[in-house]
Design a protein around this ligand. Structure first.
Ligand SMILES: [Zn+2]
Length: 206
């Protein structure tokens, strides 16, 4: 029984490490030492990040920082962590957005743009969200990734407590990763829950 439990635990550790390898990487990799070049991996990350997150100015000249690390998978994991931390630390401010042409607006738009009691969202909130998403061509305002309408996150540029309303200029469209980063109080912890982390970790040599 004791042995069974041990295997279950190891299973959990391996599954848990598929996404964020931060804690377990040394434990798992030290038994499967592997050498090699990270050039192809680096190029792959660069192509992926530039095309998916065009608004973030990544520094890809980071391989040197990790040249002492001989095991390729640890090195690649460190590179991924570096890129993720650049993504998280990228300086961004929620600001007023573009207006949409008047003919796109609908009856009741102006009245519903004002704050309602209890900070409730207006009845036409879904429509506002969709119009804002169309205005931005479905792209995240912070990183530029294309989002589906259903996955798009919206935040108010000027908070309600500061008098911000539901007018379209105050609605900012973001991807779920950027919304998490902006709202996060513990960015390193948030890093583990991001899609970008999952997608980059998949590129690390198995
Ligand atoms: Zn984003």
């Amino acid at each position: 029984m004791v042995l069974d439990l041990k295997y279950v635990l190891i299973g959990f550790i391996i599954i848990g490490s598929l996404i964020p390898l931060y804690i377990y990487r040394k434990e798992i990799y030290k038994r499967f030492y592997k050498k090699g070049s990270t050039k192809g991996f680096m190029k792959d990350c660069e192509i992926y990040l530039v095309s998916n997150h065009p608004k973030i100015k990544f520094n890809f000249n980071i391989e040197k920082k990790y040249e002492d690390e001989k095991d390729i998978r640890i090195k690649e994991t460190l590179i991924v962590e570096d890129l993720i931390s650049q993504y998280i630390e990228y300086d961004y401010e929620l600001i007023t957005q573009k207006s949409v042409p008047k003919e796109v607006l609908w009856g009741g738009y102006e009245a519903n743009s004002r704050l309602i009691k209890d900070n409730k969202r207006p009845s036409d909130w879904a429509k506002r969200r969709e119009v804002a998403w169309n205005r931005d061509k479905g792209k995240c305002n912070r990183c530029g990734i294309k989002t589906k309408l259903v996955d798009a996150q919206v935040l108010l540029a000027k908070q309600m407590k500061d008098g911000g309303g539901f007018n379209l200029e105050n609605i900012v469209v973001l991807c779920s990763d950027c919304a998490k980063v902006i709202k996060s109080e513990n960015k390193q912890k948030t890093a583990k829950d991001l899609n970008i982390t999952y997608n980059l970790m998949k590129k690390v040599e198995g």
